[in-house]
Design a protein around this ligand. Structure first.
Ligand code: G4F
Length: 318
């Protein structure tokens, strides 16, 4: 017998794809995941279906939607590295921006899927150099990277189809992390680096801007917000954040402490100017009052619990 509800998730092999598919599977969903790799991640539940598709291939994407007939689509696919977007701006605009506009036009402009719900993973990076703090849904975007620009374009496209009456919603996601985070992002780079130092496998840890401040939460909490956003009565945009900022230096301090190397950071840390971005957003902090009031969502795991858990995982990993 087929599950009553079906969700299609793009970017299934990423951190959020793994955690969201777990969450939706537990809630009775049949999941089809889409990714650009040959096969699906070994972290995914065996019940999750998989198809290799580039979301820029609108025709193939649309035909998969027509055959799988999902009631919800979660668009998590993206060039997710802000740093990489400076090196590959065209690719970033294509995948994160134009592909989303093309899919929406295909699903809701050319065709008509009145009952299909679409979630777009938007980003706090869109606020960029915003003058207001903390940022809520009304704050004007001030993007400074190709990544942020592409996400603003995609969100504007979502709003266009929402105005036409379709359920197209978005989460403005602040940084969210877990053991599934690739080591190219700063939290996991530090937790895995510190674990490697502790195990004697690495002697230094190169870091860029130690004083950047972000509003870091636990990805497992954030995927629950995504599902709640698609289960709300009305489609809308929601800031998903903890409301608390920490610096990269704070991650370093907690990670070294958890590994039993507290206070010895300077023996191992190297500041690498090559890791500084052409344009940096120094500080972001979100206000998720709307998500709390309308969805009942609140971030649960603290920053310190999160970083300590990631270090413990990396220490135990082979
Ligand atoms: O971990 P990051 O690379 O994440 P970033 O750029 O904030 O982007 C992440 O969060 C966004 C918001 O949710 C997402 F939209 C995006 O897709 C991605 O998931 O860098 C965080 C901060 C930056 O200020 C960066 O300059 O850490 C600073 N940093 C300092 N040293 C470093 C490093 N970042 C990286 N990746 N590597 C470093 O060595």
């Amino acid at each position: 017998m087929k599950a009553a509800r079906r969700a299609l998730i793009t970017g299934i092999n990423g951190q959020d794809g793994i955690l969201l598919s777990d969450h939706l599977s537990k809630n009775g969903y049949e999941i089809l995941g889409i990714g650009t790799q040959e096969g699906k991640s070994s972290f995914l539940n065996p019940s999750v279906g998989y198809q290799k598709i580039d979301i820029r291939d609108t025709a193939t994407f649309t035909s998969v939607v027509d055959s799988f007939t999902p009631d919800s689509i979660y668009n998590l696919a993206s060039i997710s590295s802000v740093a990489r977007s400076f090196e590959k701006p065209e690719l970033t605009w294509e995948v994160n921006g134009y592909a989303v506009a093309n899919i929406l036009e295909s699903l809701f402009g050319k065709a008509h899927h009145p009952n299909l719900k679409f979630f777009q993973a938007s980003s706090s990076e869109m606020f960029g150099l915003a003058a207001v703090e903390p940022q809520d849904e009304e704050v004007v975007f001030h993007p400074v990277s190709p990544y942020a620009e592409s996400k603003v374009f995609a969100l504007e496209s979502c709003r266009k189809y929402r105005k036409q009456g379709y359920f197209v919603a978005s989460g403005i996601m602040y940084n969210h992390e877990s053991i599934y985070r690739p080591k190219s992002f700063v939290t996991r780079k530090i937790t895995s680096g510190v674990a490697a130092i502790k195990k004697g496998e690495q002697s230094t840890l190169q870091i860029g801007n130690m004083y950047a401040e972000r509003d870091w939460g636990y990805a497992g909490d954030y995927v629950e917000a995504m599902a709640l956003i698609l289960h709300a009565n009305e489609p809308d945009d929601f800031v998903i954040s903890t409301g608390i900022t920490h610096s990269v230096k704070d991650i370093v301090t907690i990670a070294f402490d958890e590994a039993g190397l507290g206070g010895r950071e300077l023996e191992f840390l190297e500041l690498d100017e090559g890791l500084l971005r052409p344009k940096e957003v120094n500080r972001l902090v979100g206000n998720s009052t709307k998500a709390y009031e309308k969805l009942g969502w609140k971030s649960q795991k603290t920053f310190e619990q999160l970083i300590r858990e990631m270090v413990r995982y990396d220490l135990s990993a082979k």
